[in-house]
Design a protein around this ligand. Structure first.
Ligand code: FES
Length: 105
């Protein structure tokens, strides 16, 4: 699926991410800066925080209770905040746009 990552400064990175990987892994494997992922995808660090574009919020699904409580540690949390290691890439997310927060800039 094609995913567009937009850094805090506006730089866009469009990459093709294999279904089954997480949105976080898609960024790391393609050297997209702005996602730190200190815990390696265990939903335990909140440094993979992204803002999901409104048009894809439904397709990306809702945060789990564990993810919600981890998001409390992220800065500037918005209603469309997600931890990108918890978003599984699928064909339904083709064209997904995520914006990266200033704290991971
Ligand atoms: Fe640590 Fe997502 S990589 S919470």
């Amino acid at each position: 699926a094609k995913i567009t990552y937009i850094e805090f400064d506006g730089s866009e990175h469009v990459v093709d991410v294999k279904p089954g990987l997480s949105v976080m892994e898609g960024a790391i494997r393609n050297n997209v800066p702005g996602i730190d992922a200190d815990c390696g995808g265990a939903c335990a660090c909140a440094t993979c925080h992204v803002y999901v574009d409104e048009a894809f919020q439904e397709a990306a699904g809702k945060a789990s209770a564990m993810e919600e409580s981890m998001l409390d540690f992220a800065e500037n949390v918005q209603p469309n905040s997600r931890l990108s290691c918890q978003i599984r890439v699928s064909d339904a997310l083709d064209g997904l746009i995520v914006r990266l927060p200033e704290s991971q800039h």
